[in-house]
Design a protein around this ligand. Structure first.
Ligand code: SF4
Length: 459
């Protein structure tokens, strides 16, 4: 059954990446060869599912498996909460040898019971992992029985690590939401200006750079799936008028199926950079008006955009001349492979290369178009080549995740964390200001002049 479910997801019609493959390759699944159990480098499916669902901040997230799986996934992202903190508690059944021999279902049931008795969360998410999937623990049935017994939603997330890579796990998490959460409750009121954001996880507070803008326009965010989300809000997401998909790949199945089931149109947008933030706000307003919101929303949105763009220009005026013409190597991936470029172009910076790992065909095309002849898209850049580029000063700064920071530092090149481990929010107008100020700080840090000066004994 699980295999059929997986096959179905590989055929997701709205997933451009899967559709671009021939049938034989598609059958092999997302992201190429699945990981071997125990080898979670780059993220297994379980990891991806947890990344998507853990930002539901008031729910309990229980990992059914060995403690190492929970250790692998806990706190790997700074998905912030404005209230409940239960999502930060690591729950695991911590199965041992005896459970492997006799099965861990009873242990799982007891763990759910204990969590509900001690924390009374609105829901418990139960994550399958490699070991418990291989010994045949039926988490779907245990969750069903527990939900009936304790009168609480207990949601199985059947994404054991070995079924694929992180990206595939994100889609399986989306399926769990579609099958067990979204549409299970009704909102008290609805308005013609209700929206959801899909694929926005509030990394380092990104979402909070956008919510004040929506509030000013009178647009109600029913829920974000799932950054800073509350369980009961996600259950009501099916009453939104428009869905904005923030990440192009992760939850495309959720956006498409919500359109199919509840007639909610969706669009793909980005809140990175001034231009794209304005475009996303414009698109939301236009689509909401088409679906019954007050027509003056469009004029109010334009007024807000003009005001915000002027503010960004004012605030960045002192540093823009120093950023102009600086060359950037972008090593991120996914939607950021192109969305970050537009934020950098705002400051007149030149992107000499953008890695398009985990990016869709459209993402790659957009990145290539935005960079023009000045830069190239790279599927993978071996660290050796990355070092050479930085050492030869082909780029003035590199933006990437923590794993490659030492390559930049070894090459005595400024570096800025642009991935999930970062501590600053880079979305929306305020996020763009923050991003460009951080880049400026790195580029003008006097330490780089010092470390590049030959030591006295080298002269
Ligand atoms: S689910 Fe499997 S691949 Fe993922 S961390 Fe656990 S053992 Fe490793």
């Amino acid at each position: 059954m699980l295999q059929h479910k997986h096959q179905d997801l590989f055929n997701e019609p709205a997933c451009a990446k899967n559709q671009a493959k021939d049938e034989k390759t598609r059958k092999k699944g997302c992201g190429g060869k699945p990981l071997t159990p125990g080898n979670a480098a780059g993220g297994c499916a379980f990891d991806g599912a947890k990344i998507v669902l853990q930002p539901i901040t008031d729910a309990a997230h229980l990992v059914h498996g060995p403690i190492a799986c929970e250790g692998n996934s806990w706190d790997s992202r700074h998905a912030l909460s404005s209230g409940p903190m239960l999502y930060r508690t690591g729950f695991t059944t911590d199965v041992g040898e005896m459970d492997v021999i006799y099965g861990g279902e009873k242990r799982l049931f007891k763990a759910i019971k204990e969590i509900i008795a001690r924390y009374d969360p609105p829901a418990v998410f139960v994550y399958q992992t490699c070991v418990t999937a291989m010994i045949g623990d039926d988490i779907e049935t245990v969750c069903k029985v527990a939900a009936e017994r304790f009168g609480k939603p207990v949601i199985p997330v059947n994404a054991p690590g070995f079924v694929g890579k992180k990206n595939f796990g994100t889609k399986l998490a989306g399926e769990a939401l579609l099958n067990h959460v979204i549409g299970t409750e009704e909102p008290e009121i609805t308005t013609p200006a209700d929206i959801n954001l899909i694929g926005e996880y509030n990394v380092s507070g990104d979402l909070w750079m956008v919510t004040p803008l929506l509030k000013k326009l009178g647009i109600r965010l029913l829920t974000s799936i799932t950054g800073d989300a509350r369980y009961h809000d996600v259950t009501k997401a099916h009453r939104a008028r428009v869905n904005m998909m923030v990440c192009s790949q992760a939850l495309i199945n959720v956006a498409r199926k919500m359109e199919e089931r509840w007639g909610i149109p969706y669009f793909e947008g980005s809140f990175y950079g001034v231009k794209d933030t304005s475009l996303s706000l414009r698109t939301i307003a236009k689509m909401l008006v088409e679906r019954g919101a007050e027509p003056d929303l469009i004029a109010r949105t334009e007024a807000l955009i003009a005001e915000e763009e002027a503010r960004v220009a004012r605030e960045l005026a002192p540093i823009l001349p120093e950023l102009k013409g600086k060359r950037v190597l972008l090593y991120t991936g996914g939607v950021k492979s192109w969305s970050m470029i537009s934020a950098l172009h705002y400051a007149g910076m030149v992107v000499i290369g953008s890695s398009t790992r985990k990016a869709t065909k459209e993402d790659k095309a957009r990145a290539a178009e935005l960079m023009g002849e000045e830069g190239e898209t790279m599927d993978n850049l071996p660290q050796r080549d990355m070092y050479r580029m930085l050492k030869n000063r082909e780029a003035d700064i590199m933006l990437s995740g923590g794993r490659t920071q030492f390559v930049a530092l070894k090459a005595k090149t400024p570096w800025l964390d642009s991935n999930q481990e970062r501590h600053n929010a880079y979305c929306g107008y305020d996020g763009t200001i923050s991003l460009l100020k951080e880049i400026h700080k790195e580029l003008t840090n006097p330490v780089f002049d010092l470390v590049r000066t030959p030591a006295p004994w080298e002269v």
